[in-house]
Design a protein around this ligand. Structure first.
Ligand code: SF4
Length: 346
């Protein structure tokens, strides 16, 4: 690893402004140490067009690099150190199945507006863009769901069932007005699992995907903390199960979790339910001032595929490396979907 660190340091110095390394909050400290900008997926993508760098290296998972490739300026090249680092939740919604699902559900004449969480492929964002839908993040899901509900008869929220239900809870959408699609649509032909009337009279149709990392957090873990440390605060990401979210003291995006930790009083104890790299970084940052612990240690293996070694290898060969790109047929409608969100949230 020492050799890779020296190499990264030298290449960064030599390339100067021509190179920018961006890192998601869930990256390991070893990788984060070499990043110029860190943030959540959308924060990072939105910064792309302001950067002067020709080469932009995205330390995160593939859909994030794709979003960056959609929003990049011409001449900018987007790279990821390991293209096999994908998001298992994003992989639970395949574009062809999403499109077919929308076709089936609209056969009875209802207008369904798709709203995809940013954790989805460019191809899914393109389907959504073509169907007059948009994108949301965990920070703006409430605003975007309110917007989407006004666009037609119902909303198809994808791919995260927990973010869908947690957001619906904040808007007081009754449970009877929601329909979770059968799990078969994740891997099978939607024709086999869906009838057009399956969502009749429903306001919110929910794709059954989830994040396996946030699925790990349980009510049992919360109950144990409440019993043993009644003064401790517990906050989680809204990709967690709604029962867990409701039992906590707060929930929100990674930016929300970081701000909550910053504002927590000195001497207090805070448990955080999200990917462990972020929790440990906050624990180290506030050591001696306040106690920050993971609700449970849960690591994203795909985020962990980005290492100092593959970052060094990419930088060493960056001029010859094939950048991440998205074909125009996908890029244009996907960009439209993203721009609708930026407009609604401006
Ligand atoms: S933590 Fe969950 S949502 Fe984030 S990249 Fe990993 S699997 Fe995807």
């Amino acid at each position: 690893m020492e050799k890779s660190i020296d190499l990264i340091t030298r290449i960064k110095r030599d390339m100067g402004d021509k190179l920018a390394i961006l890192g998601h909050h869930y990256q390991s400290d070893n990788v984060i140490a070499h990043t110029d900008i860190r943030g959540d997926s959308l924060e990072l993508s939105r910064k792309i067009s302001d950067l002067d760098a020709k080469h932009i290296v995205f330390c995160g998972v593939y859909f994030m690099a794709e979003s960056a490739a959609i929003l990049r300026r011409s001449g900018q090249k987007i790279h990821i150190p390991d293209t096999t680092a994908t998001c298992p939740m994003a992989d639970m919604a395949e574009a062809g199945r999403v499109e077919k699902t929308l076709d089936i559900l609209q056969k009875n004449g209802r207008k369904i507006t798709p709203l995809t969480y940013v954790n989805s492929s460019a191809a899914v964002k393109a389907v959504v863009g073509r169907c007059n839908g948009s994108v949301c993040t965990s920070a703006n899901a409430r605003i975007m769901l309110e917007w989407a509900l006004k666009q037609g008869d119902a909303v198809l929220f994808l791919p995260d069932k927990h973010l869908a239900n947690n957001t619906a809870n904040t808007l007081n959408i009754p449970k009877e007005s929601r329909r979770m699609l059968p799990e078969g649509v994740i891997n099978g032909d939607p024709e086999l699992f869906l009838a057009p009337d399956i969502t009749e009279n429903k306001q919110l149709i929910i794709w059954p995907g989830y994040c396996p990392i946030h699925e790990e957090f349980t009510l049992d873990a919360i109950d144990r903390i409440r019993a043993n440390e009644p003064d401790a605060r517990i906050i989680v990401h809204p990709e967690c199960n709604p029962a867990v979210v409701q039992a906590c003291d707060g929930n929100g995006s990674t930016t929300y979790l970081i701000k909550y930790a910053e504002k927590a009083p000195a001497g207090s104890t805070l448990y955080i339910g999200t990917e462990n790299n972020l929790v440990q970084r906050l624990a180290t940052r506030f050591k001696g001032e306040k106690t920050i612990k993971p609700l449970l240690v849960s690591l994203c293996e795909d985020m962990g595929k980005i290492t100092v070694d593959n970052l060094a290898l990419l930088l060493e060969n960056i001029e010859e490396s094939t950048p991440i790109d998205v074909i125009d047929d996908i890029k244009k409608p996907a960009k439209l979907a993203l721009e609708r969100m930026l407009e609604v949230c401006s």
